[in-house]
Design a protein. Structure first.
Length: 765
């Protein structure tokens, strides 16, 4: 004991654990000061000397020195009984009082002390049971003694993640673990591109390329299998994934979805065997997301019954087209159909690019996009057409055609509906890409978490170095990302199932879901891999540990298959349409009931007891989590709709009104997707029967929910949905959940069951 340190007075001993906790964050808040000073003023069981000591220790201008905090820690720690379970800090303080001043302790009204201090803990947002655990082991043993455990059957969790298609996933993981798929140096562009083509040929020869095609064309009519192949291949090489996706997904599926039987008969079998490499030529230099604005034309020639495909100027070239620079022999080209000078909107055409031996055809010019930030095994190019004539049957005519008299025909009368029906064929890509991104997140987290478990650094004086995954901040960096990756996995399963079992009436909702999930998961992927890189320090910067390849190759995921910011606007538009329809279908009676129900919900949600509730059971209640997400989603939707209506009613142009409200709309789309993600995670847990798996998934789901609430705490505070005491308690609970999940973190990433040959990172093996 250091003589220079002021000794706590007898009565202050019961408050010492609370005092230590509020100063342990190094900065006491104004709200904490108000609560503590009010407490000292109101209670009657402290002596004047007790009050004097405590007031001195609550001076923000003179915080306790490190030595004094250590002195308090040692005093509290010495009083803790290892075998005793403490419900709160009050119990710890009473033990301290009884040990340090046993005679005086008999004079204290302990029941009143217990009640008063219990109220104080709640006001301060201290989750008592969790806080008391901090003192349960010696200071230098809390971190050094913490280690990975095997609390659940990893194989069972893998089976849950893989679902009914586990045999296909296992088969493919074994297949891509063969030596033929060993990584190659991506530095030599020509070698790498040819290797990726060879890999895709191996996959095609084994039937994986055509798996989604009808059986009549060499496939298995298994679109779910196609998505799983894309996802599983993503554990290996992402250039291979994208080359595979361009050939069999974009090129092949555009023929299947936009063409008719004559196109299927002519092309699909050769596409599925990769005997006919092709491209999907939609994006133009001047027009990326705005497909309606593309300028390439397809002019119908009445005399010959043909089309002339033409690029009017350099900025109308098809840009960033996969397979174009070297290997593509044909392309699905999106162009404006012109008949007799009239523009009939965008249609799709099959346009030859090269001969089988690689010679460009007359009128076709292709430039190599060259080296990129990532995905250098994919040969992206720019394509221009100079009056290229194609036969009439090369128009993909499922949704639009030209009859024998040269007249435009379509089974869908409305131009807008026809256009968006045609673009609905892109939904599959917006499911495949986030599944690939989430696989990359799993790879990065597996590498970083395994490394964090075995990499040792620093430690207590006189003790051993500890795994860096035992550091709370390291857990904070990685474990919420692990929770979100699991959450995204189950949500993607849901969206995939909705797409595979789609009905026409549901397509707008499914398209919005797919667009929103694509944005949400790929943004998560980008953030997760950056954190994994930093969490691995210099080792994460070495190419041999593969995080650089994962980062660089997936960076483009946020902007292809639709720019994420644009896609969230699509989500917002869908939500506003559904909101409008909801009210249009209501009569006066149902509107009154709706408003009354919403008002009742708001009153319940904003009950003072709820907005300040820091009870552990409440904070870990799934109903509280989902209610908070739903409240945010509905509030933002309501306010966005009202804002747009007000702006337009005031005379603002509708385009300007949307532009002014853009940030609001993006937030609305994000809130909707987050609610879906949480909802599907909770449903998965509800249906789980294995108690050990259920327990670990519940913790992950709790962490996902509370971490997202913490990320949005500013909004919740602005809305009066929570008070600072509750958001602080949520922050501490997030820390606690990270600490608890840390023991399961390695088994949780092992459950992804990524082959070591695919990870290929020395620090993770």
């Amino acid at each position: 004991m250091q003589q220079s340190l002021s000794q706590p007075t007898t009565g202050s001993l019961v408050l010492l654990p609370v005092l230590y906790m509020v100063w342990s964050d190094t900065l006491i808040t104004d709200q904490e000061l108000i609560s503590l000073r009010s407490f000292l003023k109101d209670i009657d069981w402290l002596s004047d000397s007790d009050r004097k000591f405590l007031k001195e220790k609550l001076d923000p201008g003179s915080p306790p020195e490190r030595e004094e905090l250590e002195f308090w820690w040692q005093a509290i720690r010495g009083a803790v009984q290892e075998r005793k379970t403490y419900a709160d800090l009050v119990s710890v303080g009473i033990d301290l009082l009884q040990q340090k001043a046993p005679e005086e302790a008999h004079t204290f009204p302990l029941e009143k002390v217990q009640a008063d201090l219990g109220k104080l803990e709640k006001q301060l947002g201290i989750v008592g049971k969790s806080a008391a655990l901090i003192f349960k082991s010696e200071h230098h043993n809390i971190s050094t003694g913490y280690q990975t455990r095997q609390a659940f059957d990893t194989a069972k969790l893998t089976a849950l993640l893989d679902g009914d298609r586990k045999p296909l996933i296992d088969e493919l993981k074994t297949f891509i673990s063969q030596k033929e798929f060993d990584y190659v140096d991506p530095g030599d562009l020509a070698t790498y591109r040819n290797q990726v083509l060879d890999w895709c040929k191996i996959l095609a020869d084994s039937g994986y390329g055509s798996i989604g095609f009808p059986e009549a064309y060499g496939g298995k009519d298994d679109m779910e299998g196609y998505f799983l192949v894309m996802e599983t291949l993503s554990y290996r090489d992402l250039s291979m994934v994208i080359k595979f996706g361009v050939q069999f997904g974009l090129w092949g599926m555009s023929i299947l979805s936009l063409g008719t039987k004559k196109h299927h008969d002519r092309y699909l079998h050769a596409i599925g065997k990769l005997e006919l490499p092709g491209c999907f030529a939609m994006t133009e230099t001047n027009h990326g997301s705005n497909v309606k604005g593309i300028e390439t034309t397809a002019t119908y020639n009445h005399d010959s019954g043909s089309f002339t495909i033409h690029t009017p100027h350099q900025h109308a070239r098809k840009e960033y087209i996969g397979n174009a620079a070297l290997h593509g022999q044909m392309a699905t080209v999106f162009a404006k159909l012109i008949i007799d000078g009239r523009d009939y909107g965008v249609s799709a055409f099959v346009v030859p690019l090269r001969t089988a031996n690689g010679r460009l055809l007359p009128g076709v010019s292709i430039a190599d996009c060259g080296r990129k930030m990532g995905l250098n095994g994919v040969d992206n190019g720019l394509i221009a057409f100079d009056q290229v004539v194609i036969p009439k049957e090369n128009m993909l005519d499922r949704f639009s055609s030209v009859d024998e008299q040269g007249r435009f025909q379509s089974p869908i009368p409305g131009d807008n509906k026809r256009f968006f029906t045609m673009l609905g064929t892109l939904v599959g890509g917006r499911i495949g890409i986030p599944r690939s991104a989430n696989a990359a997140s799993k790879s990065g987290l597996t590498i970083a978490i395994r490394y964090g478990d075995k990499r040792r650094q620093f430690g207590p004086e006189g003790g051993k170095e500890i795994p860096i995954l035992n550091y709370r901040m390291h857990q904070r960096r990685l474990i919420p990302l692990l929770a979100r990756t699991y959450a995204c996995h189950f949500a993607l399963d849901y969206v995939t199932a909705r797409f595979l079992n789609r009905k026409e009436a549901e397509m707008q909702e499914i398209e919005a879901l797919a667009a929103g999930m694509k944005a949400y998961v790929t943004w998560h992927n980008t953030a997760a891999l950056q954190e994994c890189r930093e969490a691995c320090g210099g080792k994460g910067y070495l190419s041999e540990n593969r995080i650089d390849a994962l980062k660089n190759d997936t960076d483009i995921y946020t902007t292809f298959e639709g720019d994420n910011t644009v896609l969230l606007q699509l989500v917002a538009k869908s939500r506003l349409s559904a909101y409008k329809e909801q009210f249009e279908n209501m009569n006066l009676f149902t509107i009154i009931n709706y408003v009354a129900a919403r008002t009742k919900t708001s009153i319940t949600e904003k009950n003072p007891l709820i907005i300040r509730n820091t009870d552990e059971q409440h904070l870990l209640d799934p109903d509280f989590h989902l209610s908070a997400f739903e409240y945010r989603e509905n509030s933002i939707l309501d306010s966005a709709a009202k804002r747009l209506k007000r702006l337009i009613d005031e005379g603002m142009d509708p385009f300007d009104a949307v532009n002014v409200s853009q940030h609001h709309l993006l937030t609305m789309g994000e809130a909707y997707i987050e609610r879906i993600v949480l909802e599907k995670f909770q449903e998965k847990i509800d249906h789980e029967t294995d108690p050990e798996i259920k327990e670990v998934l519940k913790k992950l789901c709790d962490l996902y929910a509370l971490y997202q609430i913490e990320q949005h705490k500013g909004w919740y505070l602005e809305q009066g949905y929570m008070e600072g005491v509750k958001t602080k308690a949520i922050r501490k609970m997030v820390n606690q959940l990270c600490w608890e999940i840390r023991k399961d973190a390695v088994p949780l990433v092992n459950a992804f069951n990524i082959p070591d040959s695919c990870l290929s990172a020395p620090i993770a093996l």
